[in-house]
Design a protein around this ligand. Structure first.
Ligand SMILES: [Zn+2]
Length: 243
């Protein structure tokens, strides 16, 4: 099945994967000189479909950003490297997470990406980030449009990367629409704090794209914070590889 784009505004698009690929969202920002792909899917099969979808929109050279170190967000990197991408942006802590847990995460895709699960076949290697974002933001000039990559602190993982561009914020799994938030690598208190901050950023970012589910607004971040404070769920003070 192909990947269909939803245009959020001119040159800023999102496509949602099917349920067997965790419904993960991939973003695309098209500049005049290059285009930015945000999250690359679950492996070479998914990555190839995403690349084909990108190529229906633009022939430009690609830059990649991975919002965090979970398999559905970076296992397709090799496909984009093979297409010529050389810049793979991520939070420094996410890069550590990918190095520490990437091989073990292969088991998550045994059903949908058997080559990736086995680590065999073309484009099944783990491609680590080449450009790291730390405490300060990084601004990517795509030609006529800039994307700002920044961290708001530990939340869904210790290395969540935000990508903001012209009123649209790609928030990765810090925002989760249509499913429960995933706490496996989370800093619960930090996550609530980040959501409260996000809830006040609606003027700058009228549209927010979650890692999974439909685009939302700042009010949704407040709603998530409310339910996270009220609801049960694991509290996890520290992270194995986060910072
Ligand atoms: Zn995640």
């Amino acid at each position: 099945m192909g990947q269909d784009w939803q245009e959020l505004r001119g040159g800023i698009l999102v496509t949602a994967a099917t349920a067997d690929r965790a419904l993960v969202n991939t973003g695309l920002v098209v500049g005049l000189r290059r285009a930015l792909v945000i999250d690359t899917g679950c492996g070479p099969r998914h990555g190839a479909e995403l690349l084909a979808a990108v190529r229906r929109v633009t022939p430009l050279p690609l830059v990649v950003a991975n919002t965090h170190a979970h398999w559905d967000h970076f296992f397709g990197n090799a496909v984009f490297k093979n297409d010529g991408a050389t810049q793979f942006w991520a939070h420094a802590a996410a890069a550590r997470g990918m190095a520490a847990t990437g091989e073990a995460q292969r088991q998550e895709v045994a059903g949908v990406e058997p080559e990736m699960a086995a680590g065999e076949g073309p484009l099944a290697e783990l491609v680590p980030p080449t450009c790291l974002v730390g405490a300060g933001p990084a601004v990517l000039d795509l030609g006529g449009v800039s994307a700002t990559l920044f961290t708001m602190g530990p939340a869904h993982t210790g290395g969540d990367l935000m990508v903001g561009v012209e009123g649209v914020l790609f928030a990765g799994d810090v925002l989760e629409e249509g499913a429960e938030p995933q706490f496996g690598d989370a800093d619960r208190a930090g996550w609530i704090r980040v959501l409260r901050t996000l809830s006040g950023m609606g003027a700058e970012y009228p549209q927010m794209v979650p890692g999974h589910g439909k685009p939302v607004t700042a009010a949704f971040a407040a709603h998530m914070a409310d339910s996270m404070e009220a609801g049960p769920g694991p509290a996890r003070p520290g992270l194995e590889w986060g910072q």
